[in-house]
Design a protein around this ligand. Structure first.
Ligand SMILES: Cc1cc2nc3c(=O)[nH]c(=O)nc-3n(C[C@H](O)[C@H](O)[C@H](O)COP(=O)(O)OP(=O)(O)OC[C@H]3O[C@@H](n4cnc5c(N)ncnc54)[C@H](O)[C@@H]3O)c2cc1C
Length: 313
């Protein structure tokens, strides 16, 4: 079984999931290669080598520095065929969620999305993925010859395993109709929730945006990203890119701190695979406590300032 890892880059920077999927490919113990698409590879191959990639094929197209849904899908489908891969691994990132199905459709391949566990079982793959907004975890097999798998970020850890990557460059001439013209990021330098190792999230219990300094204060001390429930986002207290849940982002940090969040099923769908969950809520019957590893039943306006004070001391 040969694996192709798609190394996602944005504005010339590799996403963490590229290294995580290389770690997964190594763990599966099957031969694998890495594909990068873009206009300029610069030191990307060196970085991929540091995480264990031995062969990187760079599909170069000067017009495709930015993501093109149809252009990248055609190139990636061709890469799978050219490189003779049986399995294509992508990240279940915003781009991977778009690129995976498009590529699978060209290849007539079956696809499993947002996978949280992948293992080799004989000459097949056994894959675990959430269904029904995370209410059940399904173990599935894909019956097509080529299989496309998107893996949830932060589930597998990137492992440094220095190798010198052999780099092969391929001209990727392709017709495309759509391209991302500009990426307007939110706050500069803000840690993305999907890539963060620790997240501090606030909900309706925060009462208003004027109290968010408590979430930010705690997040800063933890070196964490800030997240929010949909109630906080819908109220206009927080930007949409912070929303965690079924209609927001899916996260898998090592530590998720939920402050003033009740734990509705749609919120849990986005964070239940966190390694440790801490909940702060004044209602002992809040559903979040059923999932939390540690719970603090208290008024957040009392306990969070005290946590910040203690941590600063
Ligand atoms: C189709 C659909 C998709 C959805 N997608 C999402 C999604 O992606 N993400 C999401 O989050 N939700 C989503 N929702 C909404 C979801 O159902 C809940 O309404 C939402 O998660 C509630 O947000 P919350 O926990 O912040 O607010 P609430 O449910 O109102 O909970 C507030 C909590 O704060 C606690 N609290 C209040 N004051 C204090 C205090 N002083 N100290 C401590 N605790 C306090 C309360 O006890 C309560 O538990 C979706 C709903 C639908 C129907």
């Amino acid at each position: 079984m040969k694996i192709l890892v798609y190394a996602e880059q944005r504005e010339g920077q590799l996403r963490k999931i590229a290294f995580e999927n290389i770690a997964l490919a190594k763990q599966l113990g099957q031969p694998f290669e890495v594909a990068v698409i873009g206009a300029e590879i610069a030191d990307l191959a060196g970085q991929l080598g540091r995480y264990g990639a031995e062969k990187v094929v760079f599909y170069k197209n000067d017009s495709l520095g930015n993501y093109s849904p149809d252009g990248y899908a055609k190139i990636l489908a061709e890469a799978v065929t050219k490189q003779g891969a049986d399995v294509l691994l992508l990240g279940a990132t915003s781009t991977g969620k778009d690129l995976g199905p498009r590529t699978a459709s060209i290849l007539n391949a079956a696809m499993a999305t947002d996978c949280t566990h992948v293992e080799v079982d004989g000459d097949d793959l056994k894959i675990t993925r959430p269904m029904y907004a995370g209410k059940v975890m399904a173990t599935i097999r894909l019956s097509s010859a080529v299989k496309v798998v998107t893996v949830r970020p932060n589930v597998y850890s990137a492992v440094e395993a220095p190798a010198t990557a052999e780099v092969q460059e391929e001209a990727a001439a392709v017709d495309f109709t759509t391209i991302v013209k500009e990426i307007i990021s939110g706050a500069k330098g803000k840690l993305d929730v999907t890539e963060a190792d620790i997240i501090v999230s606030g909900g309706r219990g925060m009462k208003g945006p004027e109290n968010w300094h408590l979430i930010e204060g705690l997040a800063e001390l933890f070196g964490a990203a800030t997240g929010a429930s949909r109630a906080a986002v819908d109220a206009g207290w927080r930007p949409h890119d912070e929303q965690v849940g079924q209609t927001g982002k899916t996260v898998s940090p090592s530590l998720y701190v939920a402050v003033g969040i009740s734990g509705a099923i749609q919120h849990l769908a986005g964070m239940s695979s966190s390694k440790y969950i801490v909940a702060i809520n004044k209602d002992p019957d809040a559903p979040i406590f059923k999932l939390a590893d540690y719970g603090i039943v208290a008024d957040l306006f009392d306990v969070v300032p005290r946590m910040i004070e203690e941590m600063k001391a």
